[in-house]
Design a protein around this ligand. Structure first.
Ligand code: NAD
Ligand code: MG
Length: 381
């Protein structure tokens, strides 16, 4: 039995990870962590029988302890709890499916404890890739991408020579507002931005997909995962989300991974790598597929993507500012305290005033995150 821990078990990636576990029947979940959905977490604990459960607030942890007092499961809370779940003795893989930079410290803790990382939590690599990737190498652990595009790139690189990799072609659906002008985006409401054409995902990443900030985060994520410059990453809009990404080799050959959009494929591939297993679900039927189309991304309207390229090129603490400003902006937009077009505006404003720190420590990254939040609270709220 393979043994794993899942951070963010009640979210979109977390629940699909547990579906993969359920369908395969040969993985044991030893630890789970979640934010606030205690009812679902209780149901998951009763089904998957972990030894440890971590909940963010102590109040919610108390509530969970009461609900599962008939079970022999230890319930912990706070960052200490997350760290304990991440480094749970006996596990081989940590699935990082929480949202945001809160994932940095647990990921580091797990690597130091010798766990492979099935990484969905892209914000960790975006802000601390220069720490995570060398650390993984030092401890001899693998960072296995769960993000569908990065899994596609990883799959396309199997059997190829890494040194012959010329370019990454990162595909994007373009989100629900593809083709719209800035003027047409003036009055976008939360409900409009939460409708993704092809993927069912958590709220934050769905908004990020609509602004193309998600693609920007993925450009920086690709830089760290595959050891390329951001200039080697080209974003290709492919609205049907059938090509999940491609790589181009030095000789001009392009290898792609295609399929129906289903996050369970990259999740299962990361959990069993290098083994491929049967995965139930719809298959691509080329006789029914009428077309696959391509466009260039509109980086003027969706300039969050342009800002991401700049942050990725500069490195240091600038990607942290990009990410933290976006996290805050999206939270404010979801609370209806910020207009849609103010999301990239706020990111740009925070990036412009920032004094970049090269090669930052985790402490400096977390301080930069705080400073960015404080600046936004003082000036924009
Ligand atoms: P989500 O909002 O659906 O789920 C987030 C999970 O994290 C929930 O279980 C929540 O309870 C938990 N969580 C939040 N704060 C926590 C805290 N302080 N302590 C413990 N748990 C906490 O998000 P998601 O869509 O599943 O995305 C998770 C990550 O995966 C993100 O980094 C996202 O960018 C990435 N990702 C998601 C998808 C997708 O299809 N959903 C695809 C690619 C990458
Ligand atoms: Mg993705």
């Amino acid at each position: 039995m393979k043994k794993i821990a899942v951070l963010g078990s009640t979210g979109s990636i977390g629940t699909q990870t547990l579906e993969v576990v359920r369908e395969n029947g040969d993985i044991e979940v030893l630890a789970m962590a979640a934010g606030s959905n205690i009812k679902l977490l209780e149901a998951q604990i009763r089904e998957f029988c972990p030894k440890l459960a971590a909940v963010w607030t102590e109040e919610k942890a108390q509530e969970l302890r009461m609900r599962i007092r008939d079970l022999d499961v230890r319930v912990v809370s706070g960052m200490e709890g997350l760290l304990e779940a991440a480094a749970m003795p006996g596990t081989e893989i940590l699935v990082t499916a929480i949202v945001g930079m809160i994932g940095i410290r647990p990921t580091i803790e797990a690597i130091k404890a010798g766990k492979d990382i099935a990484l969905a939590n892209k914000e960790t690599l975006v802000t601390a890739g220069h720490i995570i990737m060398p650390l993984a190498e030092e401890y001899g652990v693998s960072i296995l991408p769960v993000d569908s595009e990065h899994s596609a790139i990883f799959q396309s690189l199997q059997g190829g020579q890494r040194k012959a990799l010329h370019k990454i072609l990162l595909t994007a659906s373009g989100g629900p507002f593809r083709g719209k002008s800035r003027a047409e985006l003036e009055d976008i409401q939360v409900e409009d931005a939460l409708k993704h054409p092809n993927w069912e995902m958590g709220q934050k990443i769905t908004i990020d997909s609509s602004t193309m900030v998600n693609k920007g985060l993925e450009v920086i994520e690709a830089k760290w995962l595959f050891g390329v410059n951001v200039e080697q990453v080209e974003v290709v809009v492919q609205p049907q989300s059938i090509i999940h990404s491609m790589v181009e080799y030095e000789d001009g050959a392009i290898i792609a991974e295609l399929g129906t959009p289903d996050m369970k494929l990259p999740i299962q591939y990361a959990l069993y790598y290098p083994e491929r297993r049967y995965l139930p679900g719809e298959r691509l039927d080329f006789s029914k597929l009428s077309q696959i189309t391509f466009e260039k991304p509109d980086m003027e309207t969706f300039y969050g993507l342009k800002l991401a390229f700049e942050a990725g090129r500069m490195g240091g603490t600038l990607p942290t500012v990009f990410n933290a400003a976006n996290e805050k902006a999206v939270a404010m937009f979801l609370d209806r305290k910020l207009r849609y077009l103010q999301i990239p505006e706020l990111i740009q404003c925070c990036m412009e005033r920032h004094h970049n720190i090269a090669d930052p420590t985790v402490g400096q990254i977390l301080e930069t995150e705080q400073e960015t939040y404080e600046y936004i609270l003082g000036r924009w709220c």
